[in-house]
Write a protein that binds this ligand. Structure first.
Ligand code: NAD
Length: 348
């Protein structure tokens, strides 16, 4: 029996993500939480004949599912009770001209949700989608630490969309647009602009040198992967950011976490933005590779029964990537500090 929760389930990402989780046969209970419309989304999805039993919760939804003033603000805890995995796309998305850092307003939402998770399901795997991921993951960690339940092996910043974009854009540049899914490109660093570092030199299958050695082609490809989110924000013209591709990315990553944890599958590896303490010996290697003692970084993560089984080092990178890494680390550090500095005990 696997209980999955989506927090922010009525939103642009939340609805298609909830649909994809409803279609995942590993999930037997799907609990949807949002400050609006979650019961409606739950009722809608509940008519699909898959194993997951769906329920929807608002902030004032009681433990039996009914509304009541005595349960005011307990809805999140009631939705999360006993969860095995919580996926979080709650918060405000970008509008044209905004960077992900402009979304730090989401930190408060994340801190409150982290508090509810600490109470209702402290052992759950937590998958953070809410931006700015580079800061919101540290916000989650700090609240969980204060509550005495932080396990770095169970906290993930979801960066899978950067990997999906890398596969799609690489396949297009090498002239194989219909073969996009065969290209696996590790994307390390963080999840915003220059912190997104696609390791094109490690692509499998490898990218032809006619692309890798052509500076303008390569620069354009890297830029498109780093700033691909802006294409969607601009095209949606003020109505939001990536939702459908993000739902697919979130569902793919959640599926891997669940297959490793609950189905005992081995060899599942995916990049994720994590607290490096999840694997202290690997942390030292990674910090040496990146030349800075950052507490958070996105690397290839080997998934297992307890979440993170192992962190893989960045590995061999070429000269172009070495320069990009320097910039990524520079930009990442203040975003991490912002997240760590948030959530003082007095706010909780
Ligand atoms: N990690 C990534 O790759 C990635 C990609 C795209 C978007 N995002 C981020 O995901 C977040 C959601 O994007 P969206 O397009 O779905 O936005 P949206 O506005 O469509 O949906 C957000 C939902 O969160 C809900 N919400 C707000 N406060 C809440 C709270 N306290 N508890 C529970 N739910 C709450 C809202 O009611 C809404 O339904 C944004 O921060 C966006 O920047 C991340």
């Amino acid at each position: 029996m696997v209980k999955a929760v989506v927090a922010g389930a009525a939103g642009g990402i939340g609805q298609p993500l909830s649909l994809l989780l409803k279609l995942n046969p590993i999930v037997t209970e799907l609990s949807l939480y949002d400050v609006v419309n979650a019961p409606g989304v739950a009722a809608d999805l509940s008519h699909i004949p898959t194993p997951a039993q769906v329920s929807g919760f608002l902030p004032n939804t009681g433990s039996q599912g009914h509304k009541g003033p005595e349960e005011e603000k307990r809805g999140a805890v009631n939705a999360l009770k006993g969860a095995d995995i919580v996926v979080i796309p709650a918060g405000v998305p970008r509008k044209p001209g905004m960077t992900r850092d402009d979304l730090f307003i989401n930190a408060g939402i994340c801190a409150t949700l982290a508090e509810s998770i600490a109470e209702a399901c402290p052992k759950a795997f937590i998958l953070v989608i809410s931006n700015p991921v580079n800061s919101t993951v540290p916000v989650f960690a700090e609240v969980l630490k204060k509550k005495g339940v932080f396990d770095p092996k169970r906290l993930f910043g979801v960066t899978t969309l950067d990997c999906l974009r890398a596969s799609t854009f690489v396949a297009s540049v090498v002239g194989e647009p219909t073969e996009a899914s065969k290209y696996v490109i590790p994307v390390v660093g963080g999840h915003a602009g220059h912190t997104i570092l696609p390791l094109l030199s490690q692509a499998k299958p490898s990218i032809p040198s006619s692309v890798l050695k052509d500076k303008s082609k390569r620069d354009a490809l890297v830029h498109r992967i780093q700033f691909g989110g802006d294409e969607v924000v601009e095209a949606k013209a003020g109505t939001g950011s990536a939702t459908l591709s993000m739902a697919q990315a979130g569902a793919e990553f959640a599926d891997k976490v669940m297959r490793a944890a609950f189905k005992g599958e081995t060899g599942l590896v995916a990049p994720s933005y994590v607290n490096l303490e999840a694997d202290p010996s690997a942390a030292k290697t990674i910090q040496q590779e990146i030349g800075k003692d950052l507490a958070y970084f996105s690397v290839n993560v080997e998934l297992g029964k307890e979440g993170i089984a192992k962190l893989n080092p960045v590995g061999k990178i070429d000269e172009t990537e070495t320069a990009l890494l320097k910039k990524a680390v520079e930009d990442l550090e203040p975003s991490i500090n912002k997240g760590v500095g948030f959530s003082p005990a007095s706010k909780l």
